[in-house]
Design a protein around this ligand. Structure first.
Ligand SMILES: Nc1ncnc2c1ncn2[C@@H]1O[C@H](COP(=O)(O)OP(=O)(O)O)[C@@H](O)[C@H]1O
Ligand SMILES: [Mg+2]
Length: 371
C-alpha cells in the first residue's frame, strides 16, 4: 500500500501559506486547485485562489460571472472565505510599476511609450508575472490578514517550473547585455541622465527630442522598477523553498500524465523541494466482487460486462500508477465524477473526495476470477 497523501492534514496545517499545484494540462489541475481552495475555505481558512490558466471554466465552476485580475469573493462559501482571481499580466505589470517606480513618476512612466513597448513584451512572460502576482498577494496577505492561504494553479505542464525558475532568470535577465545597456547606471543612458551631452544631442537629432525626453523618463525609472521586480522575485523564491509553501502534483491515470508527475517530482527535488504528494484525479471506479458475487452477477450479462470492464480499467490504471509513481511519493486518488466540474456543488464534491482521501493499494482488493 502506498502512503496516503492526506490533503486534510495539508489544508489544516496553519504553517502552510501557499499551495502550488503543478501537472500537465487536461488532468483537472484547475478543478483540483479550486476544490482544494474551497475545502480549505470551508474548514475555516481565508483563501485566495489564483489561476494562471485563462480558461473560463473556473469562473463558471465558482459561479462567478467574470474572473478578473482583482480578488473577488466567491459567494456561497461558509466557514472561512474564498477569493478568486485570474492572472492578468498587463495589470500585474502596471501594479508592479506602481509599487516599484518612484511615487511621483508612476503616471508618467505608465504613459511612457518606451514603457508601453517594454510592458507589452515583458508582461507577456507569464512566469515573471505569476511570480510578481504571488509576491504582491503574499505581501497583501501579510499586511491585511485578508488571506492565510494562497492556492496557485500554475500554467499547464512544464511551464510551472519556469514559474519556479523565474527569480533566477530575472537575475540573469537584469544582468544580461540588453539591460546593461538600458540601465542608466551602467550603459550609455547614463550619459543621458547626466545632461545634454554630445551623445544626447546626437540621439535627439536621430530620434527627435520628444522621444529623447521619453527615453530619459524611461531610463530613470527603469532601474528602480527592475530592482523592485528582482527583490520581489527573490522574496518569492525564498517563500517557495520555505516550509510555508507546499507543492501538490495533479495527474490522471493516463500514462503520459503519470510520467509527467514523476518528472515533476524529480524537477522539484533538483530545486531542493519535496512534493507533498500527488492527486491522481479522474480515476475509474470499480467494485471488487467475490467469486460468488461474480457468478451471481453473470446471470445478468449486461451488468456483468459493465462490472468486468470497470474492473479491468481500474486494474490497468492501478498498474500504471504503481509503475510510474515513485514509491516514496504520497498518493491520493479522486474518482471521475459523473459530471463535469461546472458549479460550486461539484467543486465541493471534488473537495470532499480530496479531503476524504483514497489510498492506492498494491494488492487486489478482492478476488477477480479470470479478469
Ligand atoms: N474528477 C473529475 N471528474 C469528472 N470530470 C472532471 C474531474 N476533474 C476534472 N474534470 C473535468 O475535466 C476537464 C478538465 O479540467 P480542468 O480542471 O480544466 O483541467 P486542467 O486545468 O488540468 O486543464 C473539465 O471539463 C473538468 O470539468
Ligand atoms: Mg487548468
Amino acid at each position: 500500500m502506498r502512503r496516503l497523501f492526506a490533503v486534510a492534514d495539508l489544508i489544516a496545517d496553519r504553517d502552510v501559506h501557499v499551495i502550488v499545484t503543478c501537472g500537465t494540462g487536461g488532468v483537472g489541475k484547475t478543478s483540483v486547485s479550486a476544490a482544494l481552495a474551497l475545502a480549505a475555505a470551508e474548514s475555516g481558512r481565508r483563501v485566495a485562489l489564483v489561476t494562471v490558466d485563462p480558461a473560463k471554466r473556473l469562473a463558471t465552476a465558482l459561479g462567478l460571472e467574470h474572473l478578473g485580475g482583482e480578488p473577488q469573493p466567491v459567494p456561497g462559501v461558509s466557514g472561512g472565505s474564498l477569493d478568486a482571481l485570474m492572472l492578468d499580466m498587463t495589470q500585474t505589470f502596471d501594479d508592479a510599476v506602481r509599487s516599484h517606480a518612484p511615487r511621483n513618476r508612476v503616471d508618467e512612466v505608465l504613459r511612457n511609450p518606451f514603457y508601453k513597448a517594454l510592458s507589452t513584451s515583458f508582461s507577456g512572460t507569464q512566469d515573471y508575472m505569476a511570480t510578481e502576482k504571488l509576491g504582491q498577494l503574499y505581501e497583501q496577505a501579510q499586511a491585511t490578514s485578508r488571506w492565510d492561504l494562497i492556492v496557485v494553479d500554475t500554467p499547464p505542464s512544464r511551464s510551472a517550473l519556469d514559474f519556479l525558475d523565474a527569480p533566477a532568470r530575472l537575475d540573469r535577465l537584469a544582468e544580461g547585455p540588453v539591460l546593461q545597456v538600458l540601465a542608466p547606471s551602467s550603459g550609455p543612458l547614463k550619459l543621458i541622465g547626466a545632461g545634454l551631452s554630445q551623445v544626447t544631442w546626437l540621439v535627439s537629432k536621430i530620434i527627435g527630442s520628444k522621444a529623447l525626453a521619453d527615453l530619459q523618463v524611461f531610463a530613470s525609472a527603469f532601474e528602480s522598477v527592475m530592482g523592485g521586480f528582482r527583490r520581489r522575485a527573490s522574496a518569492v523564491r525564498a517563500l517557495l523553498s520555505s516550509p510555508a509553501a507546499a507543492f501538490v502534483i495533479v495527474a490522471s491515470p493516463r500514462r503520459a500524465a503519470l510520467d509527467e508527475a514523476r518528472f515533476f517530482v524529480g524537477q522539484l527535488r533538483e530545486r531542493g523541494t519535496t512534493a507533498r504528494g500527488v492527486v491522481v484525479n479522474q480515476v475509474s471506479e470499480a467494485v471488487s466482487l467475490s467469486p460468488d458475487a461474480q457468478a451471481a452477477l453473470s446471470a445478468t450479462p449486461e451488468a456483468y460486462r459493465w462490472w468486468r470492464t470497470s474492473w479491468v480499467t481500474w486494474r490497468a490504471q492501478r498498474a500504471r500508477m504503481l509503475t510510474a509513481l515513485p514509491t516514496a511519493l504520497p498518493v491520493t486518488l479522486v474518482r471521475r465524477l459523473g459530471r463535469e466540474v461546472t458549479d460550486l456543488d461539484v467543486v465541493r464534491e471534488l473537495g470532499s473526495a480530496l479531503v476524504e482521501g483514497a489510498v492506492l493499494t498494491e494488492e487486489d482488493d478482492g478476488p477477480v476470477g479470470d479478469v
